[in-house]
Each structure stands twice: as structure tokens, then as C-alpha cells.
Design a protein around this ligand. Structure first.
Ligand code: KMH
Ligand code: ZN
Length: 310
């Protein structure tokens, strides 16, 4: 692992997994996503991982929705924008790539394998549904896998990486996904330095056990040596511990309401910034410095915000 001289905090503002009925604090409208992103940057986040939603919370892929978000964040901050290409399981691949194709961002997520990605259990916990679409949406994940076949990964690397100079947050939900990345490195399509985002605790992926994080880093060291930076998070209540574990090993961290709605046991987070503030304190307690957006650009060899198409 390329040991971080400073720790990059990424914040995943809203995602497409959690639903409005779970928390009143989940940003939905463009205004809410912009405000949450600005607060997260102010609190110390260098990278903003972005999905968009329609005002009723349904995941949105339309570039017009992102147009109400990205320019406004970049007018007011120097944050690195990382556009999701995972989108939502309801989207086609072209829909998933549409916003990143439109903006040519410095960073985009890239999901490194097809998998079950199940969160139908959310339905068991909701008694008051806010919107009609939500229940069937989460139940569908019990029967529909999250498809990231090799042709889709290759297409993303070519469309965004080769053609637009976008670099990737390689989302690895299992050890096997590291070997998939190694395949694309061998093919010359994935270029170092890599940002490997270890994702733990998704039902269908590797569990939120700390031995898994240690093992993921050991295998990534074997496959990629110093050619990669590591970051990690766990979905749900283990989010902070996995970030801290990653930082302690020399990696980076990701927080945000996309992956975890909580700030403590039984206590909903009232904002993304609250989670940034919490992880920042934990990282600083480890004696580490927090990276600015320009530090992140340097460490991840990003092309620069001037090359984003606004
Ligand atoms: N919410 C994460 C577990 C993506 O945006 O590409 C999945 C994710 C995928 O972040
Ligand atoms: Zn995401």
C-alpha cells in the first residue's frame, strides 16, 4: 500500500441504497445534496462521492439532475467530485454512466464485480412509508443481482478512463474483486496509482469482520505493491470502525449517509458533516493529518478540476 502522508476523507452524500422512509436527514433534492456536500467539505472532506435523486428520493441518472448539483458545489469549494457509476440496480449501464460521461469528473466509482447486493431487509423495519416506490425498490434486491460483468467494467474503463482521463474509486466488495482489478491492470486498461475502496458488510459481499480488511490489504499488497492507495468503509453501524482501521493501516476513509444513517447506537446522524467531524477527530487522534482536496489530487494523480466539463 502507498502509505498515506495525509488521510483523505471521502463523503458519500446520499447514494441509492438507503430510502427516505429510514431517515428525515437523507438528502434528496438537488438543494439538499448541494448543502450537504458544502457542509461535508467545510468539515474536512476532500472528496464528494455523488449520486442524485428526484425530489421524492427515487435514484436519478439524468445529467440534468446532476447539472443542478455539480457546478454549484464546484463554484463554492475546491472539492474533488467523484460521480457514481454504480447508480442504482434499477438502471441500465448507459444510464449509470450518463452523468460521468457528461461531466468527465476527476474521479468516478467503478464496481469490480457482479454480486448479490441485498437490502430488502429494510422493508421489515419500516412501518410508515413516505413514498410509493420505496417498498418494491428494496424488495427487488432479493431477486435482482448487481451486474458488473467484465464487459461493463471494460466499457467504463475505456469510456471514462481512456477517453476522458477520469480515475477510479475501485469498489471492491470481496477479495476476488482485487483479482479482477489485477486482470484489467494486466490488460493495460487500469492505470496506477489505484484507489481501492474496500466495501464491507453488504449482504452478498464480504462481511464487516476486521480480519477481512487485514486480508484484503495483504492480498492487495501482493498484487499491487505500492501502486495503490487504500480506503475502506463498512455499511451501517460499523462504518466508523472500518474507516479508523483503514487510517491506522495507512489508508483513507469514507463516511456519509449513503452507507450509514447513524452517528451512534440508536441515534440517527443529522448530517453528513456530523459523520465527517466524527471520523476526522478519530483520525487526528491517531496522530494523522487530514488531506485537503489538492492533497488528494496529488496523492491520487488526478487530472485537475479545470479538466472537468462544467
Ligand atoms: N453504497 C456503496 C455500498 C457506487 O456508487 O458505485 C456502493 C457504491 C456504488 O457506492
Ligand atoms: Zn455510491
Amino acid at each position: 500500500m502507498r502509505t498515506a502522508d495525509k488521510v483523505i476523507i471521502s463523503t458519500a452524500i446520499t447514494g441509492s441504497v438507503n430510502i427516505p422512509s429510514q431517515s428525515d436527514y437523507l438528502p434528496l433534492s438537488a438543494d439538499q445534496v448541494v448543502a450537504a456536500s458544502l457542509e461535508a467539505v467545510e468539515a474536512g472532506s476532500a472528496i464528494i462521492h455523488l449520486h442524485a435523486r428526484h425530489p421524492d428520493g427515487r435514484p436519478a441518472f439524468e445529467p440534468e439532475v446532476f447539472e443542478q448539483i455539480i457546478p454549484r458545489i464546484l463554484e463554492q469549494t475546491d472539492a474533488v467530485i467523484n460521480i457514481s457509476t454504480g447508480g442504482a440496480s434499477s438502471m441500465t449501464m448507459d444510464e449509470r454512466l450518463a452523468a460521468a460521461v457528461r461531466f468527465s469528473p476527476e474521479l468516478a466509482s467503478l464496481n469490480m464485480g457482479s454480486m448479490n447486493f441485498v437490502y430488502s431487509g429494510i422493508a421489515d423495519k419500516i412501518t410508515n412509508w413516505k413514498f410509493d416506490w420505496e417498498k418494491q425498490y428494496v424488495l427487488n434486491t432479493y431477486s435482482n443481482p448487481f451486474v458488473n460483468s467484465f464487459d461493463k467494467i471494460e466499457y467504463t474503463l475505456r469510456e471514462l478512463g481512456e477517453k476522458r482521463g477520469t480515475r477510479f474509486e475501485y469498489e471492491c466488495y470481496d477479495i476476488g474483486h482485487l483479482y479482477t482489478l489485477a486482470y484489467f491492470v494486466e490488460k493495460g486498461l487500469a492505470k496506477p496509482p489505484f484507489l481501492i475502496q474496500g466495501v464491507f458488510g453488504i449482504l452478498g459481499g464480504i462481511g464487516a469482520d476486521h480480519e477481512n480488511l487485514t486480508h484484503m490489504v495483504a492480498i492487495a499488497d501482493k498484487l499491487f505493491g505500492d501502486d495503490y492507495s487504500f480506503s475502506a468503509f463498512a455499511a451501517g453501524r460499523n462504518q466508523m470502525q472500518f474507516g479508523t482501521h483503514s487510517a491506522w493501516l495507512g489508508g483513507h476513509v469514507r463516511v456519509g449517509l449513503e452507507d450509514n444513517l447513524w452517528i451512534g447506537k440508536g441515534e440517527l446522524a443529522t448530517s453528513n458533516a456530523q459523520q465527517v467531524t466524527k471520523i476526522r477527530a478519530m483520525v487526528e487522534d491517531l496522530g494523522k493529518e487530514i488531506a485537503t482536496p489538492d492533497d488528494a489530487r496529488r496523492m491520487l494523480a488526478l487530472k485537475g478540476v479545470d479538466k472537468v466539463t462544467l
